[in-house]
Ligand binder design. Structure first.
Ligand SMILES: [Zn+2]
Length: 185
């Protein structure tokens, strides 16, 4: 898009949904049915206090409706449900692990492009070996928002897929505008 005012408006909307100025640049990766930003993909490393730092959970879920519904699922015990499913369901686990490896490799490539020389070892280790939720225990589910954001932005995350089947993706009828959006559609 050549129209800078639209880009600026989009940027401001995304920052408002995120609730803070991000530490690293980002792109709007997916949108809700009403056109608002739904997921943002940030640089997986950032510079702070004269140091490069890793940012493994580099995909943000910013739709207020999805954030509220996923928080409900977490309250209902779905972090534990998916942790158990990863232990008990071999196909689910294998699909999950393939997706985690793929996103970790992608994340590492992005960081290497940004850094333009060999990454410091501790950054390499974190970007190469943690889950999308930033956990060294890759099967530690930790945060459902991260898994849903991964699925919406890149696919290939069976936890995110199952979540969206439960709560429904955003469409034109969804109320995506406020934190009270909860409800269904
Ligand atoms: Zn939405």
């Amino acid at each position: 898009m050549a129209d800078k005012s639209i880009e600026e408006k989009d940027y401001q909307k995304a920052v408002a949904l995120l609730g803070r100025e991000p530490r690293s640049p980002f792109i709007i990766k997916t949108r809700c049915g009403n056109g608002n930003p739904q997921t943002l993909v940030a640089d997986p490393i950032f510079f702070e206090d004269n140091l490069w730092k890793p940012f493994p959970s580099f995909i943000w879920l910013v739709c207020p409706r999805l954030k509220a519904l996923v928080a409900d699922l977490e309250q209902q015990g779905f972090v534990k449900y998916f942790s158990q499913k990863l232990i008990n369901d071999e196909n689910f686990r294998n699909e999950y692990l393939i997706g985690q490896k793929e996103i970790a490799d992608y994340r590492l490539r992005l960081a290497e492009e940004k850094f333009a020389k060999p990454l410091p070892q501790h950054i390499y280790d974190i970007l190469k070996n943690t889950s999308i939720a930033g956990s060294h225990n890759v099967c530690g589910v930790k945060c459902l928002h991260a898994h849903l954001a991964h699925y919406l932005a890149f696919g290939n995350n069976p936890i995110g897929k199952e979540i969206i089947e439960k709560i429904g993706n955003c469409d034109k009828e969804s109320n995506c505008d406020s934190e009270n959006a909860g409800g269904k559609k």
